[in-house]
Design a protein around this ligand. Structure first.
Ligand code: ADP
Length: 255
């Protein structure tokens, strides 16, 4: 019969067992902390657009409002609703990636085709911002989850567009190697200061500077990128210099 506490300093099997219980407990409370933090971030991110929508809807009730004000208030409601809709979509995507069993449904598909389709989708924004885009895409038939991977390229490209000023440049490359593929998304944008680089892929993390505050975002895009890439046993890296630009590199092994 065993009585008393498990001594984690014991050198025998019981000591090892006690140590592994200790690690499990630590991991569980760390998960609990992350979950609580996540819920509080989510609530906060829903709360502020909801407050704005309520506030501007109340203002719209005023019958004597000028046409210009009415238009402006309606625009705020519209953009805050879009923000909530994006937030919900991204959160649903992240939760679907969090499942214990792999959510991936791998298929063989043309990666170069997928990337050029996404670029085509953003052409209007490139033109609007008078930005130039260069690309070099090797032909690659890749096996992976096309729906999730599409989000990776889309998030990286939309960030490159968002965080690059008018007249800037974007360069996209897809390279085929014997055992892996590499995608690079490079921009000549505002860049990211060294101290933020480690936290960029955390959920809800956004660099808080006067320049980035004006740019819409949820802080979930790169968290999705990292999770999808990790589920494919790949890796994503960033090299950036504040004021000069950023390059994200995704490496995915071939199955
Ligand atoms: P967001 O919705 O805020 O864009 P992301 O998770 O996609 O969220 O990115 C997190 C943060 O990383 C952004 O808020 C921004 O500060 C920074 N960032 C991401 N991509 C770039 C980029 N290409 N250039 C400069 N900063 C970037």
């Amino acid at each position: 019969q065993f009585t008393g506490t498990l001594d984690i300093n014991r050198k025998d099997e019981i000591g090892q067992l006690a140590q592994s219980f200790q690690r499990m407990t630590e991991k569980l409370s760390e998960n609990d902390r992350i979950r609580k933090e996540f819920i509080s971030d989510v609530s906060h991110d829903f709360q502020s657009p909801l407050l704005n929508i309520k506030g501007y809807a109340d203002l719209l009730m005023n019958k004597e409002l000028s046409e210009e004000k009415r238009q402006n208030y309606a625009k705020v409601i519209q953009s805050e609703t879009e923000r909530l809709s994006l937030l919900t979509k991204q959160l649903l995507l992240l939760t679907s990636l969090d499942q214990l069993e792999s959510p991936l449904q791998p298929k063989r598909f043309s990666l170069n085709q997928q990337i050029s389709d996404i670029i085509r989708k953003y052409r209007w924004l490139l033109e609007e911002k008078q930005m130039s885009l260069t690309m070099e895409l090797d032909e690659v038939d890749f096996t992976g989850d096309p729906a999730f991977l599409e989000k990776v390229w889309e998030n990286l490209l939309s960030n490159a567009l968002k965080y690059t000023q008018k007249d800037g440049e974007i360069d996209i490359r897809l390279r085929d190697y014997p055992n892996h593929i590499e995608v690079k998304v490079k921009d000549s944008g505002i860049g990211i200061a060294e101290e933020h680089v480690n936290r960029l892929f955390d959920r809800f993390y956004r660099v808080d500077t006067s320049r980035t505050q004006e740019i819409e975002g949820t802080g979930l895009g790169l968290a999705i990128v990292r999770q999808v890439v990790q589920l494919h046993d790949g890796d994503v890296k960033v090299v950036s210099k504040a004021g000069e630009g950023t390059t994200f590199t995704v490496i995915l092994p071939k199955l």
